[in-house]
Design a protein around this ligand. Structure first.
Ligand code: PLP
Length: 398
């Protein structure tokens, strides 16, 4: 992991353009300030880098393959590669970040870990690294998500974590994040909060993006070997909070010839009132500690989001993505529940890979882009579909 300076990187005050910052209650100020002061020194220390990359290699199974999907390519008329984050230990990209943050928590002398989770992949990845390091782990999860991602709830419990239901609001990711923040406010001293995406107060969005940036670092090396060039024409990724997309975009941010395509969840349709297409529907505001774009009513109340995929069912996006949208560096598309389910089955039939429904949104967006036959497209396949079997079965359209 190298330190790179990008014009899209966070500035010294913790901002991406006008987005970001740290809007936190006073009780959390010492924690967030400590993190801000120390995180770069800690994570770029040679000893940390050795531990981090050692675990990524031997525990997570990195580098993940860059797979040329020939039948998918034929269908969409471009050269499509899949970055196989679904093959990471625990089944998604989330573990790249939790490995980094647990090593950081140890170096901060923290004894207890809390996390929020939507799809349960971040919860499982957190419970996994806590088991690995022998640390106590509490994961907050919305009641609705506990029901639709039940295998992941049980995985967390087997791993020794306590799963606490969030019972307010839409009982999904936003509400779990609220509960985790509340817990942290009440237990600031001994607890580290492992946030699962590029959201939250500075320095979380930057820190999580750096841990996930291993994805695009590997993409460049792998593309050089396979295509003779480090840069693709397109990088496509789904966006919940935006961590897999941030990792996939990171080392291409300053190369404008690389089109960065972020795909949000449109739920029943952007204008249906049941959607999570933040950039299409939202405007500036503060959510979970940072200034970003979020879905809100006229008077600033957060609108309850909807997506069939628990990991994208969030009314905001991270501040980096808000900036990529605002500056037009990123192309923001969306896919409905139905389009994602169809695309998930399409990938299963064409390539023998059942994707997470989150990742299926990115696949659905391939049909919304116009490619030239020689375009090189890298789609970040953020996770595998095992956790979503119940949802695929309930949907039934295969
Ligand atoms: C497989 C998978 N992809 C994507 C996401 C969305 O998160 P992010 O936007 O932070 O990558 C999740 C969240 O749980 C997930 O499990």
């Amino acid at each position: 992991m190298e330190q790179t300076i990008s014009k899209y990187a966070v500035d010294e005050q913790g901002y991406y353009g006008k987005f970001g910052g740290a809007f936190i209650p006073e009780m959390l100020y010492p924690n967030v300030e400590e993190l801000k002061e120390k995180y770069l020194d800690i994570i770029y220390a040679p000893e940390f880098q050795e531990a981090f990359h050692g675990l990524l290699k031997d525990y997570v199974g990195r580098p993940t393959p860059l797979y040329f999907a020939s039948r998918l390519s034929e269908k969409h008329g471009a050269k499509i590669y899949l970055k196989r984050e679904d093959l990471c230990h625990t089944g998604a990209h989330k573990v790249n970040n939790t490995v980094g943050q647990i090593l950081l928590a140890q170096r901060l002398g923290k004894k207890k870990i809390i996390a929020e989770t939507g799809a349960g992949q971040h919860g499982v990845a957190t419970a996994t690294v806590c088991a690995l390091m022998g640390m106590e782990c509490i994961v907050y999860m919305g009641e609705v998500d506990m029901a639709r991602q039940r295998p992941n709830v049980e995985r967390m419990r087997i791993l020794g974590a306590e799963v606490r239901p969030a019972k307010s609001g839409s009982r999904t990711l936003k509400d779990a994040t609220n509960e985790a923040m509340r817990h942290w406010i009440n237990n600031p001293n001994e607890t580290h909060y492992i946030i699962g995406s590029v959201v939250g107060p500075h320095p979380y969005p930057d820190m999580v993006a750096r841990f996930q940036s291993v994805i695009s670092e590997e993409m460049r090396e792998q593309l050089l070997l396979k295509e003779g060039t480090e840069t693709p024409d397109y990088v496509v990724a789904c966006v919940g909070g935006g961590s897999n997309a941030a990792g996939a975009f990171y080392h291409f941010l300053d190369e404008p010839e690389v089109q960065l395509v972020a795909v949000e969840a449109a739920g029943h349709g952007v204008d249906s009132g049941k959607s999570a297409a933040t950039t299409a529907l939202g405007r500036d505001g503060v959510l979970h500690g940072s200034r970003t774009i979020l879905m809100q009513t006229e008077d600033g109340q957060v609108v309850e989001p909807h997506s069939i995929s628990a990991g994208l069912d969030y009314p905001g996006i991270g501040p980096l993505h808000a900036h990529l949208f605002d500056s037009k560096r990123g192309i923001f598309l969306n896919a409905t529940d139905e389009e994602a389910m169809v695309a998930g089955v399409e990938l299963s039939r064409l390539e023998g890979i059942i994707p997470a429904i989150e990742s299926a949104h990115a696949i659905a967006a391939l049909g919304k882009l116009t490619f030239k036959p020689y375009d090189v497209v890298v789609l970040n396949l953020s996770g595998r579909g095992d956790k979503d079997l119940e949802t695929y079965i309930k949907w039934g359209g295969y």
